[in-house]
Write a protein that binds this ligand. Structure first.
Ligand code: EPZ
Length: 464
């Protein structure tokens, strides 16, 4: 491999400098009632960035990722990679990763506990080194988030995997390679599909993953791995076939745009009765969301191959939503759509089938005057004529987005606490909203937190 020392331009903030949730007292103030107009730039997909950063561990060479969003979760995944001895450098939205020397097979608990997606490193580490020790990712606000399907699949690939003292210890006996296997997933888990696809790229022989997840981010990962020389077919269907190769090679790859950020801004247009254009987007990734916007009376127009425009209806009517694995309605858009339905005429039933505790935004929306009742995994939303601004607290990433959307439409001012949730998954959301006319202001109670949180940067101190 060409030995190019990457000159550090900036380094990741150390996790100690990132605000612990309880420390982040920053507050978002939003004055509702403004109509929005203009164009929103959609960033690269968070759920591609996190898994592709882990996927770069498969490559004993430089990898370059373009269109990487500036997010807290990306900064934290970068911390995890740095802790393994990986070289990392960020130039704008390009991330240069060099995993030629992985000096450490154990990820530190204090980092893994802050980012569930860090569990993605287990597949590549096992495939590359034959050993991986990764703390069990805890549950989170939306559910227990088990990793049993990941573990079962890695065992099927020939790894010895046991869990001790909260850490998953995985290794391949006698320094052998993983062996291809036929794996059936009890549920089409995105993470398990991605973990096993990455592990199988360097396994001996062929692996078949049945009942695989079909999300666009799974396809993005497969395309990235294929660009590194992996042999994968069927990504985007429920059966993925991987033929192992001895090693992968350098590549550079551009991430897809974030379909959930795009969906969030489509809803922002609808809920404020404003026309907004979004660019770049991949309309096919938003079929279910667009169908539901049309069902309530809005229009979504494809202005160009990668540009969408939301045109709100004079008024919106109720519709039912059931979250399902892709290509069904995405669970990551459930909270945002609920905010919209609180102001739609009639009763809507929202059924959350993917995660067991992803209706926590209901209480906060009701504080703003919504009329929502929860029965099991169903939320019955009765449309009301208006919402009123109120102090609310975000409970998880997509709940925070739902509260922002509700605040944009509410009478008066809303203050939103718990911004560390928002900053995990949205790239400069308030700046993008301000640019199209929203009245949004971030009050910084913890100056270090806000600067680190909203635009994670890299500085020379810790770059290798
Ligand atoms: C990914 O999470 C996304 N995160 C989530 O986005 C998204 O909501 C989810 O897929 C579903 O689309 C990333 O890609 C980083 P799953 P993941 O494994 O992989 C159960 C956001 O807001 N399950 O598809 O964790 C699990 O409990 C985040 O951007 C097992 O039982 O989701 C859940 O009920 C939130 N055992 C269901 O499968 C396992 O081993 C779907 O989970 C794995 C999962």
């Amino acid at each position: 491999m060409e030995d190019r020392t990457i000159t550090p331009s900036i380094s990741l903030p150390s996790s100690s400098s990132l605000p612990a949730p309880e420390e982040d007292k920053s507050v978002l103030q939003i004055w509702g009632g403004s109509s929005l107009q203009g164009q929103v730039k959609i960033s690269g997909a968070k759920n591609s960035a996190l898994v592709l950063m882990a996927g770069a561990l498969l490559c004993p060479d430089d990898c370059r990722l373009h269109n990487v969003p500036s997010l807290m979760d990306v900064a934290r995944m970068g911390e995890i990679l740095l802790s393994l001895g990986v070289k990392l450098e960020r130039h704008g939205d390009t991330l240069e990763i060099n995993a030629s020397h992985i000096g450490q097979s154990k990820a530190p608990y204090e980092l893994v506990s802050q980012l569930r997606a860090s569990f993605f490193i287990i597949g590549p580490m096992l495939a590359r080194l034959g050993v991986a020790r990764v703390p069990l990712p805890g549950g989170c606000a939306i559910g227990a988030r088990p990793v049993d399907l990941h573990v079962q699949g890695l065992r099927a690939l020939g790894a010895d995997v046991h869990i001790e003292h909260g850490t998953v210890h995985a290794y391949v006996r006698n320094g052998k390679r993983l062996k291809g296997a036929k794996i059936y997933l009890d549920c089409p888990s995105v993470g398990a599909t991605e973990t096993l696809m990455m592990a199988a790229t360097l396994a001996e022989g062929e692996t078949v993953i049945d009942n695989a997840a079909q999300e666009p981010e799974v396809i993005d990962l497969a395309n990235f791995c294929r660009a590194m020389g992996a042999r994968i077919r069927g990504a985007g269907t429920n059966t993925i076939v991987i033929s192992g190769v001895p090693s992968l090679h350098t590549t550079e790859y551009t991430l897809i745009p974030d379909r959930i950020e795009a969906g969030t801004f489509l809803v922002a247009g609808a809920i404020t009765h404003s026309e907004l254009s979004l660019y770049p987007v991949i309309p096919d990734h938003l079929t279910a969301v667009i169908a539901k916007l049309q069902a309530i009376g809005a229009q979504v127009i494809t202005e160009a191959p990668s540009r969408l425009r939301i045109v709100p209806g004079r008024y919106h009517t109720a519709t039912d939503i059931e979250t399902l694995p892709y290509p069904g309605f995405p669970t990551d858009m459930q909270a945002q759509f609920m905010a919209l339905l609180t102001l739609s005429e009639g009763d809507s039933v929202i059924t959350e089938t993917v995660f067991e505790n992803r209706l926590r935004h209901v209480a906060e929306l009701n504080r703003m005057g919504a009329d929502i009742r929860v029965k099991g995994n169903h939320a019955i939303v009765r449309g009301v004529p208006k919402l009123s601004g109120a102090p609310v607290v975000a409970t998880d990433l997509r709940a925070s987005a739902a509260l922002v959307l509700a605040a944009l439409a509410a009478d008066g001012m809303t203050t939103i606490q718990g911004l560390h949730h928002l900053d995990r998954g949205y790239d400069n959301l308030e700046l993008k909203l301000k640019q199209v006319g929203a009245r949004v202001n971030r009050i910084i109670d913890n100056p270090d937190a806000a600067s680190d949180a909203s635009t994670p940067t890299l500085s020379p101190s810790t770059l290798h």
